[in-house]
Design a protein around this ligand. Structure first.
Ligand code: ADP
Length: 285
């Protein structure tokens, strides 16, 4: 405020300049959250790529079988990051469900194993790295946490129509959470099974668990049970919100079951139609 005061001392007017501070703060906050979300989502593919590149430079490049395979993974990961940035940009501009989705039939059994292999790989190179350079300053999130993945995955091929990149983003996010919100040395169980017309994938941890009153909110944008902890670990509270959007676009459902202090299980179910092997109905006699 400023007062317009005459020499006589009388106040003859009042000028008020009102900025819409709340609106500005909101924009500012959203911008900041967007930036940290991008960092969060890019960390996994980057760490994974670093592991493959390290393995290559440690000698795998000389192996004519492994080298092209590892190079392919880094190439795929680079492509995926570029596509992910585009997705995040469109997601940040509008949360309309209009972001492009590329559906294809994928053998979920094979694909889930591939995703988990990347986590095993990261753990392996992380451990090797830990032995080498202890004094390097690592982001809080990338501390060398020990965990093991136990797989209970059906042997059957399960062809499901998904968008591979987006689906991988969802699993990466749930796996990263399982690691983040678990104590050192925890076991993560990854399961995949089929029911009559669904596939059900689940990831269980032996971590903090989620308090009952928060359980329905963890899929909300920016919702975090413990904001300080989440932030310290590099979280933004957007991962599960994005995951939910993706799974719903694929016609599936995502939910969580958890016991505080014991652990959490995240479930994903997707519609699944077993392949009719003899072609059935359309055969002519
Ligand atoms: P963040 O970036 O904070 O991890 P998410 O959207 O991925 O964001 O998760 C939202 C919140 O849900 C987390 O901050 C955490 O409080 C809770 N959460 C998610 N996964 C787990 C888990 N496996 N165990 C315990 N809490 C979890």
């Amino acid at each position: 405020f400023s007062l317009i005061q005459r020499e006589t001392g009388f106040i003859s007017g009042l000028v008020a300049v009102l900025h819409d501070v709340t609106e500005q703060q909101k924009d500012e906050r959203e911008r900041r959250e967007f930036v940290s979300n991008v960092s969060h989502e890019l960390r996994t593919p980057l760490t994974s790529m670093r592991s493959y590149i390290e393995a290559l430079s440690d000698g795998a490049w000389q192996d004519p079988e492994i080298a092209p395979q590892f190079l392919k993974v880094t190439q795929d990961e680079t492509d995926r990051m570029i596509r992910m940035i585009n997705d995040l940009l469109s997601l940040s501009r509008m949360d309309s469900g209009t972001s492009k989705i590329e559906l294809e039939y994928v053998n979920l059994n094979e694909f889930f194993n591939y995703i988990l292999d990347r986590f095993d790989m990261m753990l392996k190179t992380d451990n090797e790295q830990a032995g080498k350079d202890n004094n390097q300053s690592l982001p809080a999130h990338a501390t060398h946490k020990q965990y093991s993945i136990r797989r209970e995955i059906t042997k059957r091929d399960l062809w499901v129509e998904i968008d591979q990149d987006k689906f991988m983003q969802v699993i990466d996010n749930i796996m990263n959470n399982a690691i983040k919100y678990s104590p050192d040395g925890g076991v993560i169980s990854a399961r995949l099974l089929e029911t009559h017309n669904h596939v059900i994938l689940s990831i269980s941890d032996q971590g903090l668990g989620i308090p009952r009153q928060d359980i329905n909110k963890v899929f909300d944008r920016f919702y975090r049970v413990d904001k300080a902890r989440s932030r310290q670990q590099g979280g933004t509270g957007l991962g599960l919100a994005i995951s939910k959007e993706v799974i719903e676009v694929l016609g599936g459902r995502i939910w969580v079951d958890s016991q505080e202090g014991k652990g959490s299980t995240f479930y994903i179910s997707l519609p699944y139609q077993p392949l009719d092997e003899d072609g059935g109905d359309w055969d002519e006699a």
